[in-house]
Design a protein around this ligand. Structure first.
Ligand code: HEC
Length: 219
């Protein structure tokens, strides 16, 4: 149990270390501007990270709520098959506007993805595997913020199967998913790996890139 807990921080530490040693070019003007902004407002790195956590949480909550409402409405209007097109973040005006305000890139990723574009990149995979490890040990899954480079942070938040509705499209034939729904999904997503879940399972995580500049502007 403790090993799982510490290894999560180790993973974050290692990945943060990578970003420091990366050989990406630093844009001098951006750094100068940021230092100026921070000096005027006297903001510490810890305060920025707290703010990223706050913003990330509110983006994830807003996106989750809108997604849930869209799904419910679509099911009422046209049933599950019609609703399949509504479990997608693209074409959600709310996600678009949040992205603009915070210079954010908002995604959901999963180790068992339905849409292959939702597979994690190397940085996301480290966090997601740490969440999976903690989840197995029943350790509460915390949100996480880590710097990606000098301009941006990665905010992550675990996504659990927290609702019986999820099972109708991500479950098993024993707990709520119909064979017809599965067949229908497999036509649109031939590489689907996102079934077989139970309530309480770790389904994936929010992966939200947030620009430092935009965060400082809100402080
Ligand atoms: C009507 C069917 C349906 C329901 C109900 C549904 N999903 Fe999905 N889910 C999908 C489809 C289809 C995709 C692929 C979306 C895309 O193309 O980006 C998906 C994708 C996802 C992803 C992104 C990772 C991946 O596998 O591509 C997550 C995370 C997710 N769903 C979680 C949930 C959770 C949690 C619930 C319950 C609150 C839920 N879903 C309910 C159909 C559904």
């Amino acid at each position: 149990m403790r090993l799982g807990f510490y290894s999560f921080f180790l993973v974050i530490f290692i990945s943060a270390g990578w970003s420091c040693t990366s050989d990406k070019k630093i844009d001098g003007n951006v750094v100068q501007e940021e230092i100026k902004d921070r000096e005027i407002k006297k903001i510490s790195e810890a305060e920025i990270i707290n703010k990223v956590n706050e913003i990330g949480n509110s983006i994830a909550t807003a996106a989750k709520n809108t997604l849930g409402q869209n799904l419910q409405k679509a099911i009422q209007q046209g049933g599950l098959e019609h609703a399949i097109d509504f479990c997608n973040l693209n074409a959600m005006p709310l996600v678009d506007s949040l992205s603009k305000v915070y210079g954010a890139e908002i995604k959901r990723v999963s180790l068992k993805a339905r849409n292959p574009i939702d597979l994690p990149n190397a940085e996301e995979r480290l966090v997601l595997e740490a969440y999976a490890y903690q989840w197995k040990d029943s350790i509460p899954l915390q949100t996480n913020v880590q710097p990606i480079d000098e301009n941006k942070y990665l905010f992550t938040k675990a996504i659990l199967v927290d609702n019986a509705l999820c099972l109708s499209c991500h479950g098993t034939f024993d707990n709520g998913m119909l064979k017809e729904t599965d067949d229908f999904i497999k036509i649109k997503y031939p590489e689907d790996h996102a079934t077989g879940y139970q309530i309480g399972d770790l389904r994936g995580m929010w992966s939200i890139i947030i620009m430092k500049k935009n965060v400082i502007q809100t402080m």
